[in-house]
Design a protein around this ligand. Sequence first.
Ligand SMILES: Nc1ncnc2c1ncn2[C@@H]1O[C@H](COP(=O)(O)OP(=O)(O)O)[C@@H](O)[C@H]1O
Ligand SMILES: [Mg+2]
Length: 206
Amino acid sequence: MKLLKKGAEADIYITSWNGQNSVLKIRKKKDYRVHSLDTRIRTLRTIREAKMLSEAKSFGITTPLVYFVDEKKCKIYLQFIEGKLIRDLPAKKIIKTCKEIGKIVGLLHKNGVMHGDLTTSNFILSQKGLVILDFGLSQKTDKIDDYAIDLRLFKEVLNSAHAQIVDDAWTLFIQGYRKILGKNITEKIINQVLVIEKRGRYANVI
Ligand SMILES: Nc1ncnc2c1ncn2[C@@H]1O[C@H](COP(=O)(O)OP(=O)(O)O)[C@@H](O)[C@H]1O
Ligand SMILES: [Mg+2]
């Protein structure tokens, strides 16, 4: 078993599952949390992730297959997706991919799911197309504000990690998103993103 990534929330290993290349995601104990609460949070996120990875497929979104879930140990075995993280692609390719990312996020929202962690490290460009990962913070919701929070985070990630392309990337993202959700709802949600941004700015000033 090879360690692929030590994350803030989980450790990711490359391993195999029934002869298939697999990724093992283990949510680790956090000593700064009260033990019982920590167990609850890790179990909840593990179950939620497995459930949403599978459910998203029914919306026509590509996610890794879930091979096995060990709720007690907070472990998930996933299909290994070969490809490159969007974060690591050349700038031009990131811009192009943003339209497809917008469509995927649009499909999630159209089906009442907020992803909760829309970063460019949670999408892999594989030979079979774009794959979305990391549903541990996802939620079922029908609130415009929640969808706006997803968009706001993605915009913030573009702003900080991909500052030189943020304008083009954001424009294409919204184009893809609008294709799925339509003009009216998209406008409402973008307006809400602006409201959240203003809120943030005032919070910083005070
Ligand atoms: N199914 C997978 N196939 C290939 N790589 C993966 C897979 N799942 C996760 N990874 C890699 O591990 C990283 C972290 O996984 P992720 O599920 O996003 O957990 P975290 O909560 O730590 O961000 C991803 O950015 C990606 O590089
Ligand atoms: Mg992640």
